[in-house]
Design a binder for this molecule. Structure first.
Ligand SMILES: Nc1nc2c(ncn2[C@@H]2O[C@H](COP(=O)(O)OP(=O)(O)OP(=O)(O)O)[C@@H](O)[C@H]2O)c(=O)[nH]1
Ligand SMILES: Nc1nc2c(ncn2[C@@H]2O[C@H](COP(=O)(O)OP(=O)(O)OP(=O)(O)O)[C@@H](O)[C@H]2O)c(=O)[nH]1
Length: 439
């Protein structure tokens, strides 16, 4: 999906515009992802067209800034990486040296630019500032008022036009072709209901099952198509075969077989028997999955046996937060495998987690968010975080350049939280961080 960068000096109305663009989407399409208030990255949907938008906040504002000084290359990289730049100026208060400074940086990127003249409510003021606006060298601006929502549709249409004229596709449903295979394993204590769940999925959904013998003797993976998407259920031998006594033994749960299944999957569904609650072994399995960078979904099964489930639900959530806090990014699903309840939610969660596992965020979004974070919660004394970028997927991995000081665990968690809340939620997926000293 193409990415559009909002760039401008301080106070020109970048975040107001960002919120308007995101909000615009909300009024047209219903909002699935739930954008947090100070998100820096979001999605704009205009009828069937979609693109990403990033508010660069203060990154390009202050020439004295560490980030700009120490990494001119990175600044340019961010500008180049985008598909289009919205250069926002303030038509009410006029053009200043900072605007010209920014204009020069933006020009160096050789990228496409739309000049956005914000705060254009007063005709007279706009007229006064018009000569200076043209001096920036980006041609005709689009006059908007982000605050009053004026001309936002014209702006979006212009954005769509430019992106499409570059040959970029803004249609959302292209991913249908070249479908990946989502590898899923069900892990849980004996009797948690794994076989029942597997069979319920097979019976409920219109599926096509193709057994694929695994490399280990006795293991069988099954390729299943659900609603046009392909899933490989890993090691279904243990699910299909009616449990033998030895498989029931407690050790089997935490044995090599489970670990192999985890390693062979993208998404691990940790199935909990709601009557028994979360056990040590569940915690251990969750830890292994997290460590190996796998997506996890926690599913409480047998909720049909829980009396007053509506009241009990809170207790399950508390239990999850207490015992599986280290994978608290995982979707929590309640199911009754036997009654085929909650199966659709589970499949949706698997899809969402798989998407997150492969999601890449923009370097500009990372730095905008981290910079904002550091303004509110500065790093511990002596530590400097200069900039960062996502270097890998499966799992999403971020590299941050620092001044060489150790980044304490609590601050790492703060960075993870910031990424999730302000850039992309990475549902069900651990975020790996790396730090490198830069001198
Ligand atoms: N008159 C007018 N004021 C606006 C408009 N858009 C934003 N503002 C005001 O301009 C001020 C700055 O807006 P922000 O959206 O915070 O600006 P910003 O560019 O994100 O500022 P930084 O956070 O410093 O990067 C706020 O007081 C807004 O209410 C507009 O279209 N017209
Ligand atoms: N009430 C209720 N019982 C369930 C549910 N799911 C599974 N069960 C029962 O729980 C028992 C164990 O289910 P299985 O599907 O065999 O469990 P499993 O996790 O595959 O067990 P192992 O093969 O031993 O690992 C069976 O008696 C199921 O009928 C459910 O949603 N509700």
């Amino acid at each position: 999906m193409p990415t559009v960068l909002i760039v401008g000096k301080s106070n020109v109305g970048k975040s107001t515009l960002f919120n308007k663009l995101i909000g615009y989407k909300k009024s047209i399409v219903d909002d699935k992802e739930g954008v947090t208030r100070d998100a820096v990255s979001g999605r704009v949907s205009y009828y069937s067209k979609t693109f990403n938008i990033v508010d660069t906040g203060g990154i390009f504002e202050n020439p004295e800034d560490d980030i700009i000084n120490k990494s001119k290359d990175l600044t340019l990289k961010m500008l180049n990486e985008a598909d289009l730049i919205l250069f926002v100026i303030d038509a009410k208060n006029g053009i200043t040296s900072e605007d010209y400074y920014l204009a020069d940086i933006i020009r160096k990127s050789n990228n496409d630019v739309i000049l956005v003249s914000n705060k254009s409510e007063s005709e007279r003021r706009v007229q006064n500032n018009l000569p200076d606006i043209y001096k920036l060298g980006f041609g005709d601006p689009i006059f908007i008022s982000a605050e009053q929502g004026k001309n936002i549709d014209t702006l979006i249409e212009k954005i769509v036009n430019v992106l499409e004229s570059k040959g970029l596709s803004l249609e959302e449903n292209l991913k249908e072709e070249n479908q990946p295979i989502i590898r899923v394993s069900f892990i849980g204590r004996p009797n948690a209901g794994k076989s029942t769940l597997f069979n319920s999925i097979l019976n409920k959904e219109r599926v096509l099952v193709t057994p694929i013998p695994g490399t280990t003797r006795d293991s069988v993976d099954e390729l299943v198509t659900i609603n046009g998407k392909k899933y490989l259920f890993v090691d279904t031998a243990g699910l299909r075969r009616k449990s033998k006594v030895d498989y029931k033994s407690l050790d089997m749960y935490s044995n090599v077989r489970s670990i192999k299944s985890i390693e062979n999957s993208d998404v691990v569904v940790i199935l909990i028997d709601a009557i028994e609650g979360i056990t040590h072994q569940d915690q251990r399995i969750a830890g292994i999955a997290e460590n190996r960078g796998k997506a996890t979904i926690v599913a409480f099964n047998k909720i049909d046996l829980i009396k007053n489930f509506r009241y009990k639900k809170e207790e399950f959530i508390d239990q999850f937060n207490e015992k599986l806090y280290f994978i608290n990014y995982s979707p929590l699903i309640f199911i009754s495998a036997i009654n085929k309840k909650g199966i659709d939610n589970l499949i949706n969660a698997i899809d969402e987690a798989y998407k997150s596992l492969h999601y890449r965020v923009q370097t500009s979004a990372v730095n905008s968010a981290i910079q904002r974070m550091m303004a509110f919660t500065p790093p511990p004394k002596g530590l400097k975080i200069l900039y960062g970028t996502q270097v890998d997927i499966r799992p999403p991995t971020f590299l941050f350049f620092t001044n060489g000081k150790k980044v304490p665990e609590f601050y790492q968690n703060h960075i993870r939280k910031t990424i999730r809340e302000n850039i992309y939620p990475f549902v069900g997926v651990p975020i790996f961080l790396k730090f490198k000293s830069r001198h």
